[in-house]
Design a protein around this ligand. Structure first.
Ligand code: ADP
Ligand code: MG
Length: 219
């Protein structure tokens, strides 16, 4: 079990002659077993926050701390069983089948998770597509593969960037039920989302605007 917290995270990007402050002092704590939904308009900093949390981006100021079983670890040194991400751009491997994309975290870890992968594929309505390649699947199907990949090893920390953006209600429900279950099993979950179906399942909703967080859904 592990949660995480940030204090005073600031991230700036240079854009031509101007500087964009994508994160402007973000204090956030997500406990084990907690599902937090992060809401905010496009460009408010949601993806940047997730990128810092998973170690893709280094903050200019502030700190990220993992606790519990992951205390003292750096996010960029964690495996999929510890911290898993559903990136906004999905990041599937083009020359692996959808099933092999789901199994990738298990391959990297040297464990056999074929049964679990099969359950996730079936649960997300992907069983009949297992042998296809990403370019042979719809964006919604690819997105469900990315969620299945993230869930495969039951990560302690689960980060997802608008994971239902390409789904109809039925598929969104199934994805969000699986995310909720992961939190109920003890994971710390942070989901950037515009989807009110996700807010309904979350323990807390946080709003982001211009790189700043406030408690509660946007008014
Ligand atoms: P959201 O995910 O909420 O739509 P982002 O975190 O993607 O927002 O972006 C926040 C702000 O930071 C935006 O103004 C965006 O243009 C800017 N930004 C994000 N990534 C970069 C980057 N790599 N280089 C320059 N600007 C960036
Ligand atoms: Mg984004």
């Amino acid at each position: 079990m592990s949660g995480f917290r940030t204090t005073g995270l600031v991230k700036r990007f240079a854009r031509g002659v101007e500087t964009v402050t994508a994160l402007d002092g973000v204090d956030l704590a997500v406990a084990p077993g907690e599902f937090v939904a992060l809401v905010g308009p496009s460009g408010s900093g949601k993806s940047t926050l997730l990128a810092v949390l998973c170690g893709w981006e280094t903050p200019d100021e502030g700190a990220l701390t993992l606790d519990g079983d992951l205390a003292g670890r750096r996010p960029d040194a964690l495996g999929w069983a510890e911290l898993a991400l559903v990136p906004q751009a999905l990041g599937l491997v083009a020359d692996l089948s959808l099933a092999d994309n789901v199994l990738l975290p298990a391959r990297l870890r040297g464990v056999d998770e074929h049964d679990r992968a099969g359950e996730l594929l079936a649960g997300f309505g992907l069983a009949h597509l297992a042998d296809r390649y990403p370019h042979q699947a719809s964006l919604g199907e690819q997105q469900r593969v990315a969620v299945a990949r993230a869930l495969l090893l039951r990560p302690a920390v689960l980060l997802a960037d608008e994971p239902t953006a390409h789904q109809d209600r039925g598929h969104a429900d199934r994805l969000l039920d699986a995310v909720r279950q992961r939190a109920d099993d003890g994971a710390a979950v942070l989901l950037a989302t515009h989807d009110e179906l996700a807010w309904a399942r979350a323990d807390r909703v946080l709003s982001m605007r211009d790189g700043r967080l406030t408690e509660g859904a946007p008014s």
